[in-house]
Write a protein that binds this ligand. Sequence first.
Ligand code: 4NP
Length: 169
Amino acid sequence: MNENEGPVRILFVCLGNICRSPTAQGVAEQEISRRGLQGRVEVDSAGTGSWHIGSPPDRRAVHAAADRGIDLSRQRARQVHFDDFHRFDFIMAMDEANFRDLVSMAPAGATQKVSKVLTYSDLGVAEDVPDPYYGGSHGFEQVLDLLENALGLFFDQLNMDHASGQGAR
Ligand code: 4NP
């Protein structure tokens, strides 16, 4: 996919860009490294809201990800830009509200780039990645579990792995 046009670019989007979408970026970075896709797939994250621009991810998200070998600490929150709809090939919303906001912002012709990340999941437990911001630490583990499942399957479908082309991990 996209072989002749440089890397495949994926943007993950939530509301604040301090809990779910930074976690999605970190999970995707781990998949990219495991599958040898560095330079062939690029990932970033953003929020539909502006409250946390410039902030690092929530400490609970950083700690939960670190326990799984994923480093979120260098990320800083930013807001979705109009230009993102041109730059990215896939724009993955964490929940229905993010999805609707993105579709309403998207220029003509770019709405097909916008999806909900859990459409790639096979767990069948939820359509939305639940917002863990106002809950306890369990919520952050659940976010990681959902995203590891969905993004593992997404990368299997991309079928770009160097090793076997069949999603070997
Ligand atoms: P996120 O979680 O969208 O997963 O980053 C949130 C973080 C902060 C707020 C809302 C959601 N907030 O309203 O400040």
